[in-house]
Design a protein around this ligand. Structure first.
Ligand code: AN0
Ligand code: CP
Length: 323
């Protein structure tokens, strides 16, 4: 595997889930695979889970790890081509990327959507520049439109808990309010992975929040949150800003609603089949979810975060086996 952005990059999903279970049972099984190999993690944005879990995954495989926080000590990078660099940016990404590629064997990138230029974001411009100019395998640690390590960890979690239920689960992705404009990467990937998995999948959100059909083609969209929640086994909450689809194109990246009736509380959960609550974290309590719901025994936010180590170990293992 030379690039990891989409569910298809992983091949057959059941095989990947079996590999995840194998690694979870013995996470050091492949501890010499990464000997004398270096992972470079490049962060253009903040992170807690991705930073720690991906570094831990690399260490499970015996790799060395370098972390670069672009906004904390590196030269400020220009990413657009063809500009006169007379502002505050000292270096161009097109030199920085091949330089980074000199010092490592694999590169992970966190580069969120700017949420102003939809075409630039949805072309995954920064990610593809890394792929093209680093000469190394590259994987997404949340890029402009996707967060596949998160979606894979979410799928591993849903697979584990639905085995305990002994039935094909109903999984609901619900929009919830947030004070700031957030990317669509997490819901895009979650939808893409759920549609590839063996689950019944429903998306619910206010009008204008329709995700790009590239990720949701074939999904059931239910605008009535209560109807969507009925019979659900897993509630996956997330805020996202306007994806700018169809007639909402000019609203790309904007907040269209802060309707607090969408906050997941105990009443919302009472509509479900005693569902598990999920969220990728970081989460704002009182906005996305109430304290009692996130603290309930049915909440999976911590097991989900723990599975980030497993998804990253599988992905890095696959990459190492191909370099
Ligand atoms: C980010 C997002 O919504 O994409 C990262 C989530 C993993 N969240 C925030 O910026 C709060
Ligand atoms: N879920 C997730 O990716 O968290 P971080 O932003 O803390 O890495």
């Amino acid at each position: 595997m030379k690039s990891f952005l989409n569910v298809q990059d992983l091949g057959e999903l059941n095989a990947a889930l079996r590999e995840a279970a194998e690694i979870k049972a013995d996470r050091y099984k492949y501890d010499s695979l990464g000997k004398n190999k270096t992972l470079l993690m490049v962060f253009f944005n903040n992170s807690l889970r991705t930073r720690l879990s991906t570094q831990k995954a690399a260490m499970n495989l015996g790799m060395n790890v370098i972390v670069l926080d672009v906004n904390a000590g590196a030269w400020k990078l220009e990413t657009e081509r063809g500009v006169i660099m007379d502002g505050d940016k000292s270096e161009h990404l097109l030199e920085a990327i091949p330089v980074m590629g000199c010092y490592c064997d694999v590169i992970g990138i966190r580069s969120f959507a700017g949420l102003t230029d939809r075409d630039y974001d949805y072309a995954e411009t920064v990610y593809h520049q890394f792929l093209k100019y680093s000469g190394k395998p590259v994987f997404a640690m949340e890029t402009a439109t996707v967060h596949p390590l998160q979606a894979f960890a979410d799928l591993i979690t849903i697979d584990e808990y639905s085995q305990k239920m002994g039935k094909r689960p109903k999984v609901v992705l619900t929009w919830a309010p947030h004070p700031r404009s957030l990317p669509q990467a997490v819901p895009n990937s979650f939808a893409q992975w759920m549609l590839a998995a063996d689950v019944d999948f429903v998306i619910t959100h206010p009008e204008g929040y329709e995700l790009d059909p590239v990720f949701t083609a074939g999904a059931c969209i239910e605008y009535d949150q209560r109807k969507a929640f009925e019979g659900a086994d897993f509630i996956y909450a997330k805020n996202w800003s306007c994806p700018g689809v169809g007639k909402y194109r000019a609203d790309y990246g904007k907040i269209l609603s802060k309707d607090m009736s969408w906050t997941v509380d105990a009443e919302h959960m009472s509509w479900t089949n005693n569902a598990h609550f999920m969220h990728c974290l970081p989460v704002r309590r009182g906005m996305i979810v109430t304290d009692d719901v996130i603290e309930a025994p049915t909440s999976l936010v911590i097991p989900e975060a723990a599975n980030r180590e497993i998804s990253a170990t599988v992905v890095l293992k696959r990459i190492l086996q191909s370099v």
